[in-house]
Design a protein around this ligand. Structure first.
Ligand code: FNR
Length: 198
């Protein structure tokens, strides 16, 4: 079976550089053989995690995200950097997915041994590099294997002029390599994919 990956950008705004960048990562993963589901977090909007809300029943969008996570072997994420960290949107999304599934299992089990590829974009010179460190750590704590390859696209205002258009060839190839690395790691780590390939 082809590896199935769930992709999203960690920004909601229409002109988001990370929304422009995520298709490049998706393209790299697809070229390496992955089946990618690319979602917009705007379509899965959730309140900031609140145990009182959860006590009344997990929000539908949290359930939908859990179902998507269950159907996929890994994640592709393009994240902004807010004050040297990942945006609350990204953390909140991961936190809601991690909540109990209702069948006795923890939502964190949805992430176990899955593989993630991460990139970032920012108008600043460092491209959101610090958010990648924080996101990498958060994903690892959830049980994902985050591939060592990562790319922070700086000066995004000049390089990401349109959706899926990264006007810096070296950066574009590096982002493609992140997607390809996720597929490669899945062939090694995921028994069903490795088995299907053998
Ligand atoms: C930012 N921005 C920012 N950029 C950066 O490189 N390092 C940082 O620490 C921060 N901090 C920060 C905090 C907050 C609250 C905001 C709103 C913004 C700028 C940020 O990179 C810029 O707004 C990007 O355009 C956000 O990503 P999208 O929406 O273009 O994908």
């Amino acid at each position: 079976a082809a590896p199935r990956l769930l992709a999203f950008a960690g920004s909601l705004r229409s002109g988001s550089y990370n929304r422009r960048l995520i298709p490049v990562l998706v393209e790299g993963a697809r070229a390496a053989g992955a089946q990618v589901t690319h979602i917009e977090l705007r379509d899965y909007s959730l309140p900031i995690y609140d145990g009182d809300i959860e006590a009344e029943g997990l929000p539908d969008n949290a359930r939908r995200l859990q179902a998507l996570m269950a159907e996929h072997d890994g994640l592709l994420i393009s994240t902004p950097e807010y004050n040297g960290s990942m945006p609350a949107l990204v953390k909140n999304t991961l936190d809601w997915i991690s909540r109990p599934l209702g069948d006795g299992r923890s939502g964190t089990s949805l992430f176990t041994d899955k593989v993630a590829g991460i990139v970032s974009a920012s108008p600043g010179p460092l491209g959101g590099m610090r958010s990648l460190l924080v996101l990498r750590d958060a994903l690892a704590k959830l049980g994902l294997i985050v591939v060592p390859q990562q790319v922070a696209v700086g000066q995004a205002g000049e390089k990401l002029l349109d959706y899926g258009q990264l006007g810096d060839e070296r950066a574009r190839e590096a982002v493609h390599r992140v997607g390809a690395a996720v597929v490669r790691h899945l062939h090694v780590y995921n028994p069903s994919i490795a088995g299907a390939r053998a």
